[in-house]
Ligand binder design. Structure first.
Ligand code: PAN
Ligand code: ZN
Length: 190
């Protein structure tokens, strides 16, 4: 694959879809089985309708450090039990690759984790969140509308999902007594 030689533009539609996109990922609850803390709530949601949790619209780029991948994520509003809908979360395969998130609509948190440490950065329209090198990252929709954001990361970053599938995040984001609460991740319950 060669480096991109000509400038181009992309558009973000009102619903968050990136146009044009060269790849689209749609993840349902069944694509992230075992990631929510309430196993019983997960089983009943899967049995009911296996909801669509999020979509990623991406403009793929050559896998070089000097290129930048642009994509949008549309993360639906919803919960599994008391835990808000979230992305799978990942480290970059090349751990020292950073990323920028820009909030377009909706509200949520960006959870970042490294060496057992965890931070929850608010995601709001117009807010820029920086994912430093070496930090795992996952977004959580805490509001009633879709959380839509744009992300930009180096072309050769790659994605490591396996580590988070095995270890989880140190913190989870729940609704407790009507409040958005960031809590330590318990062992999977029920
Ligand atoms: C984002 C994420 C996107 C979906 O574009 O890939 O929000 O989350 P998962 O990849 O964890 O399923 C990004 O961080 N790219 O590197
Ligand atoms: Zn990333």
């Amino acid at each position: 694959m060669n480096l991109t030689e000509r400038p181009f533009r992309l558009d973000v539609a009102d619903d968050g879809e990136l146009r044009p996109a060269t790849s689209t990922v749609r993840r349902r609850l069944s694509d992230m089985a075992g990631m929510y803390h309430d196993a019983e709530a997960e089983r009943s949601a899967l049995a009911a309708d296996d909801p669509l949790v999020y979509e990623v619209f991406q403009y793929d780029m050559p896998a070089f450090a000097g290129e930048l991948v642009v994509c949008t994520t549309v993360l639906r509003a919803g919960k599994v039990g008391d835990e808000f809908f979230m992305t799978k979360g990942h480290y970059h395969e090349q751990r020292d690759r950073a990323e920028v998130y820009y909030g377009l609509s909706g509200r949520g948190r960006l959870l970042l984790a490294k060496d057992g440490e965890c931070e929850a950065v608010p995601m709001v329209p117009g807010g820029v969140a920086y994912v430093p090198p070496y930090w795992a990252h996952r977004t959580v929709n805490t509001g009633p509308e879709p959380l839509v954001f744009l992300a930009v990361y180096p072309g050769d970053a790659g994605h490591d999902y396996g580590t988070i599938e095995t270890t989880g995040f140190p913190q989870i984001v729940l609704e407790r007594a009507g409040e958005v609460t960031v809590a330590p991740n318990p062992a999977r319950t029920r």
